[in-house]
Design a protein. Sequence first.
Lengths: 186, 152
Amino acid sequence: MSEIGRKTDLALNLSFGTYEEARAWVGRKSEARPCEDEINWPAIKQFCSLVQDANPNYWDEATARRRFGAIISPPGMLMVWQMRRRWSPSGPVEEPILATRIPLPGDTIINISTDSEFFRPMKVADRLTVEEEVVEITPEKRTRIGTGHFITTLSTFRNQDGELTARNRNVLFRFTAAGALAEGSR
Amino acid sequence: MSGAENRAPRCWEDVTQGEVLPEVVMPVTLSLCVLDASATRDFFPGHHDRDYARGQNVRDVYLNTMFFHGFVDRMAGAWAGPAAWLLRRRLDMNLPVCVGDTMRTKAHVIRHYQEEEHGLVDVEVEVSTEHGIGVKAVLTYILPMRADLEKV
């Protein structure tokens, strides 16, 4: 592991291995996992204040009730509901997202693209469950920032009634930063 | 952008292909990145630790994917109105958008079409900074038809 992996106190919990080992992960699915929190209004307002979204479906109960029966989550929060707290009374949360558990050589990650589909509203008090699947891992590629592998995962979200709510395809670059620039010449 | 603009529903019949959406400008400060980390619960160090970001060959702390989901949805959603339903969003991160940059959006309707009984629009959004295009996205909305508007 190079310097970058040790520099931070917030461990990424990356698994290390070869591309051959990684390929065995294609097609693997995680167990369906309940999101930590139910869809909730304070988190929605916090997110909307970040991006300055004034949509009344997120702020105005009367409007949102009339349209959806409740305040709804912005679609942009889909991946937020999937995030986990770093600590709980049972200890630090060690199980990272599926993509970081794939054994590969790269010591850092950066997100590249998403393709998200929204099938039904995420209403306040809904409890989402997410299931992840490894769709593709590319051979090693060299890019502007470093050399590594592109990992595609598919997350499927269902609500407490088992109804398909959203789907998100995510591409993440697992890489080692290119040497000269990583030394800080930039 | 005012809340009032946001409250006006837009119907599918009133949209034309090529229509340009209002620009949104937002500076990227370290405070914004801190708010981003907390509001999205994303404590990946590239989003708050400058040394880590530089070790990744990135100029400085940078905004995360979830920020851009919310940001492009907000800018296109303010135009589409609160009766629109975002059906699909494809988003590519082209360059990291870092502390010190100023984001400017450029967006227009690239497709105006019907599928089954639904009126759809595809909106293309680019978020650029002084360094080039940071993010490119295509958002597909279902817009209400004029006849539906009194119901929503």
